[in-house]
Design a protein around this ligand. Structure first.
Ligand SMILES: Nc1ncnc2c1ncn2[C@@H]1O[C@H](COP(=O)(O)OP(=O)(O)OP(=O)(O)O)[C@@H](O)[C@H]1O
Length: 221
């Protein structure tokens, strides 16, 4: 589903952060990227999400070469991805409903469809009835559930999550990963950056360990 082939990345003025990376995430995988701080985990996800472009190599999503994608096709492609961030990135001046509904509104769904799908996504993350709440009144774990509902609301086949439990305690982290696993079981592919080794070993069907810009170890069942 997602394939990196000899991918290098250098930021303006930086050395090479990723140095010819090869990896493949298959359809239905629950894949993790591990590595110490600065190893390039976020960079890898940003490349997959087309937030950054590689300096060399190729990235394929469903056999489509992302490195050759014209800029005008980027927004369309991004709609087919769910993105989840460590710091949730919610809009704090909007309601929970508005946050989750936003990707559907951008994609041009009719209002009644937006309403139906948004409520369904909130129910899936255990937040049915929370539509009118404001994100500031929610705990970190609850805010991340809103972030997850926003990521799944367009039913993307692939979800990219960057340290999604980095700000949460171990019990909540486990809850969030179990939720990902439930979505994974119904067919959503995940690529998750995490440095929580114990949880990765428990939940990963596959993982890639990064060191000095390369995959040095591949695990999984
Ligand atoms: N926009 C940028 N410009 C210049 N250097 C950058 C940029 N973004 C990241 N870097 C550098 O690239 C390296 C890898 O960063 P990245 O965020 O991908 O690592 P990470 O493995 O996700 O780390 P962490 O676990 O701390 O989030 C770091 O040395 C960082 O300083």
């Amino acid at each position: 589903m997602l394939r990196f082939q000899g991918v290098g990345k250098r930021y303006p003025g930086s050395g090479e952060i990723l140095k010819g990376l090869d990896l493949t995430v298959g359809r239905g995988d629950m894949a993790f990227v591990t590595g110490h701080s600065g190893a390039g985990k976020s960079t890898l996800l940003k490349l997959a999400a087309l937030i950054e472009r590689p300096s060399r190599g190729r990235i394929f999503l469903n056999d489509r070469d992302l490195t050759r994608l014209p800029p005008r096709s980027v927004p369309y492609l991004r709609r087919r991805l769910g993105l989840i961030f460590q710091d949730y990135r919610l809009l704090y001046d909007r309601s929970v409903f508005d946050n989750v509904a936003l990707p559907l509104q951008i994609a041009g769904y009719a209002p009644e469809e937006v309403e139906r799908r948004t409520r369904a996504a909130l129910a899936k993350v255990g937040l049915a009835g929370w539509e009118r709440r404001r994100p500031v009144t929610l705990s970190g774990g609850e805010q991340q559930r809103v972030g997850i509902a926003r990521a799944i609301v367009t039913r993307p086949p692939l979800i990219l999550a960057d340290e999604p439990t980095g700000n949460l305690d171990p019990d909540l982290s486990q809850e969030i990963f179990a939720m990902f696993r439930d979505f994974n079981r119904v067919g959503v592919t995940f690529l998750i950056a995490s440095h929580d080794q114990a949880l990765v070993e428990r939940f990963a069907s596959r993982w890639f360990h990064l060191e000095q810009g390369r995959v040095v170890e591949v695990g999984g069942r």
